[in-house]
Ligand binder design. Structure first.
Ligand SMILES: Cc1cc2nc3c(=O)[nH]c(=O)nc-3n(C[C@H](O)[C@H](O)[C@H](O)COP(=O)(O)OP(=O)(O)OC[C@H]3O[C@@H](n4cnc5c(N)ncnc54)[C@H](O)[C@@H]3O)c2cc1C
Length: 434
């Protein structure tokens, strides 16, 4: 029987990157934080490619040394094969001194939750939160049940931070999630051993060299809107497909099983198929996710904040998920701290949180859109918000979007600031040398 307190300042629900970072940031500001995680770390999670901007949040959380010490794969840049054109860029050209990473998320997320614990957050794993009572006078409470126990218990607090990822506990409870019609995709993915990978010289190397010759993340278009990822990790390579709805229907109509479709499509995709020729697929590690993109109707309410994927999810083409998780955790800690110090300004602090998080989310959304506009919503907030990103970050976003043939989004967002720029920051390869 775990000894869980009856009250605290802040309850964080979920121990992924957003929850653990929020707990660490809040502890650093001196608050009494309880974090519930329904699983036991290390636990599996997808989303292994981290862009170099993520370091600023690790620095802020004071977790950088622990992440560096783990020895994750350092990636040198990106290679994108889009509609037959291969483009390649390196992060160094944008002035980044530290590498981007390919991380096994079970290890990465474990480091972060341990870091929150070391900062004094009271972490309770294998405890599921069943719901949040947000109407209670005197502040919210959270109902939870430790694994193996039958009776739920309750903890009172001043603020609840929902960091439950795609489970979106409060979002579902209050019906705040709206399925995003701009990204009607399904995704399937799995892990291979012994895949080759592409380095910055445009050559393919055997996996055993991945620690000495840094890899790039390899992304390919697979039809009109679909795409694939190839992310070399220390022992395996994460490979996935984003499949547009029309193609999902076609697969459903055929007799082909999804796993068979996945393997066939990988083998048929130019360069990806070659990289996987010597590889072995790990059958037990095949994953499917349907209807995975959604936007929020609200990000805060009486006593609560939604952060990370519990708030919103967009197509992961530019590896923005963990970045948004950290950013929203940082903002929530700021807003909660301000609300404790100035209770009369709580609504205003929540409004600042919403404006900043929604703005950055809309930038990510516009960046990931196959063409600018989509439903036409929220581009004004994105136009304002992108100015909070440094010129270096904007330029990297612009080049990344050019490589995946959707740069008009960024041109529009930055009011043509980057139009025609950045062409010296990537090169076009004739082929991949095998
Ligand atoms: C196919 C795919 C590919 C992706 N690729 C990338 C990528 O390359 N780079 C990138 O940065 N991002 C990527 N992402 C996104 C990234 O994985 C997420 O943005 C990130 O994990 C969000 O972190 P989080 O802490 O908000 O949520 P999560 O990591 O999902 O953590 C939520 C935690 O809450 C716990 N939880 C849930 N419900 C409860 C409950 N009721 N009680 C207690 N605990 C609970 C869960 O067990 C989990 O540990 C990808 C996502 C997908 C789907």
């Amino acid at each position: 029987m775990v000894n869980i307190p009856k009250k605290c300042d802040v309850v964080v629900i979920g121990g992924g990157p957003s929850g653990s970072a929020a707990a660490a940031f809040l502890r650093q500001r001196g608050y009494d934080v309880v974090l519930f995680e329904k699983k036991k770390h290390p636990r599996y999670q997808v989303g292994e490619s981290l862009v170099p901007q993520f370091w600023k949040f690790c620095d802020a959380a004071k977790a950088t040394d622990k992440i560096l010490a783990e020895g994750f794969i350092q990636k040198a840049g990106g290679t994108v094969a889009w509609n037959g054109v291969i483009r390649q860029t390196s992060f160094k050209q944008f002035g980044y001194k530290r590498p981007a990473l390919h991380v096994e998320r079970d290890r990465f997320d474990h480091i972060l939750i341990d870091h929150a614990r070391e900062n004094g957050a009271k972490i309770f794993e294998e405890v599921i939160v069943l719901g949040a009572n947000l109407e209670r006078s005197g502040g919210p409470s959270v109902t939870y049940r430790p694994l193996g126990e039958k009776t739920p218990s309750e903890i009172a607090c001043r603020f609840v931070v929902d960091a439950t990822g795609q489970s979106a506990l409060i979002g579902r409870q209050l019906d705040l999630r709206v399925i995003d019609d701009d990204f009607r995709f399904m995704t399937v993915w799995g892990y291979f051993t012994n895949s080759m990978y592409i380095a910055l010289d445009g050559r393919a190397y055997p996996h055993e060299q991945v620690k000495t010759i840094p890899p790039t993340t390899f992304v390919s278009s697979t039809g009109k809107w679909g795409w694939s990822w190839h992310i070399p990790l220390r022992k395996t390579t994460s490979v996935g497909l984003i499949i547009p709805q029309e193609e999902v229907q076609a697969v459903k109509a055929s007799d082909e099983a999804l796993q068979g479709y996945f393997l066939r499509k990988c083998a048929e995709t130019p360069y990806l198929g070659r990289l996987l020729e010597p590889a072995r697929f790990s059958e037990e590690n095949f994953h499917v996710m349907r209807h995975y993109s959604y936007r929020p109707k609200a990000l805060t309410g009486p006593g609560f904040f939604l952060i990370g994927d519990s708030a919103a999810f967009i197509d992961p083409i530019f590896s923005e998920g963990c970045l948004l998780a950290f950013y929203s955790a940082f903002l929530a800690a700021w807003a909660i701290d301000r609300s404790f110090r100035h209770p009369e300004r709580t609504v205003e602090s929540q409004a600042v949180f919403t404006r900043q998080f929604a703005g950055r989310y809309e930038v990510g959304h516009a960046l990931a859109m196959p063409r600018f506009g989509g439903t036409g919503k929220a581009s004004d907030v994105a136009r304002m918000s992108i100015n909070f990103d440094s010129a270096q970050e904007q330029e990297l976003m612009y080049v990344a979007s050019t490589m995946a043939e959707r740069s008009e989004n960024l041109v529009e967002l930055t009011q043509k600031k980057w139009q025609g720029a950045g062409s010296e920051k990537f090169r076009v390869l004739e082929t991949i040398a095998f």
